[in-house]
Design a protein around this ligand. Structure first.
Ligand SMILES: Nc1ncnc2c1ncn2[C@@H]1O[C@H](COP(=O)(O)OP(=O)(O)OP(=O)(O)O)[C@@H](O)[C@H]1O
Ligand SMILES: [Mg+2]
Length: 250
């Protein structure tokens, strides 16, 4: 995307000329403080936020010329609270691929490590309550990732897809995303910079524009906003780990 401007309300521009390039088959990260416009960019790419100015191309095609339903076959979005509806696990999964066989469903469930749990329940027929009420946060999110994998599009956007879930689920999902990024175009939006260290390119947004961009090492060497945020987060995590250790050893 080039020189993209966007506002929700008149007189309050959110994106003030954003340039982003996510070449096919690369792993791109979008970072920056809360409210800087990361989800807004995801919404634009998904065709939800209309009325931007600037140029966006997806797979060589002008974004503005692709209608919403074919956008869906280009891009899959996974958010932190992906929608699970009341029904069976199989129904929720087949939203991603209506003609998927049971074998395909089990294959993706295995990738997200839900196969064992579901076999102990009613398998693919296990009931999912409204908004996944009978599943843990991590299980819901792993189910949403399984569905996204079935959807199989050239581009994926993960918007805080690992926020507020257990550490094991987060690690597993990050591994699935890294694996996926080997063959698909992946945009990763994450508060936690530790999750974007491996990205081919990291864009740090600030005040509606790209403040810094580059690989993790390049941005660390710049000693700028990314460096400061990374140091701050590492410090916080170190501190939290030490407190945890004190509790365990007490
Ligand atoms: N539907 C909306 N209507 C009006 N303003 C909105 C809307 N959605 C977002 N905004 C505003 O746009 C700005 C960017 O929001 P956005 O959700 O893109 O931020 P973000 O970078 O994803 O933040 P976070 O890290 O907290 O998810 C914020 O100031 C927000 O208040
Ligand atoms: Mg957001």
């Amino acid at each position: 995307m080039e020189r993209v401007h966007f506002h929700y309300e008149a007189d309050r521009e959110i994106l003030k000329g954003v340039d982003l390039s996510c070449p096919a088959g690369t792993y791109t990260a979008l970072v920056g403080t809360s409210g800087c416009g990361k989800s807004t960019i995801a919404g634009i790419l998904m065709g939800r936020n209309r009325g931007y100015s600037g140029t966006i191309t997806i797979n060589g095609q002008p974004h503005s010329k692709i209608n919403e339903s074919s956008l869906m076959s280009h891009v899959t979005l996974v958010t932190h609270n992906s929608y699970l509806f009341q029904g069976q696990v199989a129904d929720n999964l087949r939203m991603g691929k209506p003609d998927a066989t049971d074998e395909e469903l089990w294959a993706v469930l295995k990738k997200v490590n839900l196969d064992g749990f579901l076999k102990s329940q009613q398998g693919l027929g296990t009931t999912v309550q409204e908004k996944g009420g009978n599943f843990s946060g991590g299980q819901c999110q792993r189910l949403a990732i399984a569905r996204a994998l079935l959807h199989d599009t050239p581009m994926y956007i993960f918007d805080e897809a690992t926020s507020n879930i257990d550490v094991e689920s987060e690690e597993l999902i990050m591994n699935v995303i890294h694996e996926l990024a080997k063959t698909r175009t992946v945009i990763m939006i994450s508060h936690r910079l530790a999750n974007v260290v491996q990205a081919d390119r990291i864009y740090m947004l600030k005040d509606g524009t790209v403040a810094e961009q580059g690989r993790h090492e390049e941005l660390m060497n710049r000693n700028g906003a990314y460096y400061e945020l990374y140091q701050y987060q590492s410090g916080m995590e170190q501190y939290a780990a030490e407190q945890q250790e004190k509790v365990v050893n007490a």
